[in-house]
Design a protein around this ligand. Structure first.
Ligand SMILES: [Zn+2]
Length: 152
């Protein structure tokens, strides 16, 4: 159900059910016109593996906190609020990626022959995601090293 406009799906199902019912009442053969097809959207088109790596970084256990008995992960919010480390969170990135996709999709809505190009998204996001991942890794590695040295 990801990437499906549920309201649109319900409206199409309703319309098709009414049409089929009218055809049945008249004793006509039911003709499916294919209007029930729902257009799917994949905002992650052209998004590189670095985005998944960023999600994985934020899913790691926060070792300093775990050693103190606080069971948590190193999410962007946790790092900022507890350890005063600022990283670009994957959730904020996801919203930007999704909004950009929607923006691009709206640009071609009235142009049925045009399609979104994976390469365009790749060009926009790949280098940026690499830089963000590098920055995040640097900050989280330093953070873990400092803690390790402090404990030893
Ligand atoms: Zn922590």
């Amino acid at each position: 159900m990801i990437g499906i406009d549920l309201v649109e799906l319900v409206m199409k199902n309703r319309k098709e059910a009414i049409e089929k019912w009218e055809q049945r009442k008249k004793g006509e053969k039911i003709i499916r016109n294919g209007t029930n097809k729902v257009q799917r959207f994949n905002p992650l088109v052209g998004i590189s593996k670095e985005f998944c790596q960023l999600i994985r970084v934020e899913g790691q256990i926060c070792v300093p906190c775990w050693k103190q008995g606080i069971k948590t992960i190193i999410s962007q919010k946790h790092l900022e609020e507890i350890h005063n480390i600022n990283i670009v969170g994957y959730h904020k990135l996801w919203i930007e990626i999704r909004d950009y996709f929607v923006y691009k999709k709206k640009q071609i809505l009235d142009k049925p022959l045009e399609r979104l190009k994976r390469e365009e998204f790749r060009k926009k996001w790949t280098e940026l995601l690499k830089e963000i991942l590098e920055d995040t890794n640097k900050k989280t590695e330093e953070f873990c090293k400092q803690d390790y040295q402090r404990l030893c």
